[in-house]
Ligand binder design. Structure first.
Ligand SMILES: [Zn+2]
Length: 219
């Protein structure tokens, strides 16, 4: 059970990221959007040229970060994912992962596609997620210089990491397999003829296809 409500987590992490942006990137100013503003939590502006970035903040209290994949309806440039687990009362102990929103969405959808294929009876409501250890491997930890990247939403290039994202999909222990990926390969379910991410309970507008398969409702 989560220790903090969504609002309590926002109250911890959003002011923290505002402060970190201004400390880590001199020349940037950040301000917080109203609570539950659609799509992002912070607007950051580079003062020399008024460059504006939209930053979505998420705190972590279970194993994985939930990543928004509907980036056409809820646009953000950067996801700031804050792991507060070491000590929720001590911001100095927190880790922040900064990743382009489109890259994060692609990798989380790749993982979710494999999870859904391995759990065919699932309702499809399982969220798209990324694990802190994978985010660390991607080089996103404390990556505050991402604000000055010319194309922050697409950093890092997800291409070389997509297979690793698929292999990150967890599996229920009772399945007898070590991962969702090994199950769907063993059962001949890859590549799928239709993508389970599409037509599911989660809106995936702007989805660029995680498995190359067309939507079942378009086939
Ligand atoms: Zn797919």
């Amino acid at each position: 059970m989560a220790r903090f409500s969504k609002r309590e987590m926002d109250e911890l992490t959003v002011p923290f990221v505002v402060q970190q942006i201004e400390q880590q990137r001199p020349g940037w100013k950040a301000h917080r959007m109203p609570y539950e503003y659609p799509g992002y939590d912070i607007e950051a502006t580079r003062q020399r040229d008024d460059r504006l970035l939209r930053i979505s903040v998420k705190g972590l209290q279970s194993a994985d970060f939930q990543v928004a994949t509907d980036f056409d309806s809820y646009p953000a440039d950067i996801q700031a994912l804050v792991d507060i687990r070491a000590d929720p009362d001590e911001p100095k102990s927190w880790s922040t992962f900064l990743i382009g929103h489109r890259s994060a969405a692609q990798l989380a959808l790749d993982r979710r596609c494999v999870w859904l294929l391995a759990h065919a009876t699932s309702s499809g409501s399982r969220k798209a997620k990324l694990r802190p250890s994978f985010l660390r491997t991607l080089g996103t930890e404390e990556r505050w210089e991402l604000l000055d990247n010319p194309d922050p939403a697409n950093w890092p290039d997800p291409g070389p990491w997509r297979q690793r994202a698929r292999e990150e999909a967890p599996i229920e222990a009772s399945s007898g397999f070590s991962s969702s990926w090994s199950k769907i390969v063993a059962e001949g379910l890859w590549p799928p003829s239709s993508c389970p991410n599409l037509g599911s309970a989660v809106t995936v507008t702007g989805h660029r296809s995680c498995c190359g398969a067309v939507a079942s409702n378009e086939a």
